[in-house]
Ligand binder design. Structure first.
Ligand code: NAG
Length: 118
């Protein structure tokens, strides 16, 4: 029982390392943002259960964006990406970071003003 729990935790940690590794090197690219968010698209359209890969993507984006410039870059990428994906339910989108236990200081929306992101 306990050991399978540890195994699961270890798997999660490895997953985060794999997903998060390219993000810890400073500049965050939009390619990284869209690939991190791609598991979230079905949830953003239809709701239901948040896919596990979606939360780990959001968490790695959040922990990879250490500076104001990085956070603004991520914000701009999310803004562009969310505008290009059709059928997103923005009330689901704004609740998503909370569902993943992450606090993101701006809304996931095409109208977000990323210049105010600190
Ligand atoms: C968005 O999702 C919420 C919560 O599931 C739902 O109440 C609302 O009707 C949805 N809006 C659209 C436009 O689908």
């Amino acid at each position: 029982m306990a050991s399978s729990m540890i195994l699961k935790l270890a798997c999660l940690v490895v997953l985060c390392l794999v997903v998060g590794a390219p993000l810890t090197q400073g500049a965050v690219t939009c390619g990284q943002v869209t690939s991190a968010l791609s598991p979230c698209i079905s949830y953003l359209r239809n709701g239901g259960t948040v896919p596990a890969g979606c939360c780990s993507g959001i968490k790695s984006l959040n922990s990879g964006a250490q500076t104001t410039a990085d956070r603004q870059a991520v914000c701009n990428c999310i803004k562009t990406a969310s505008g290009s994906i059709s059928g997103i339910n923005y009330s689901l989108a704004s609740g998503l970071p909370g569902k993943c236990g992450v606090s993101i200081p701006y809304k996931i929306s095409p109208n977000t003003d990323c210049k105010n992101v600190k």
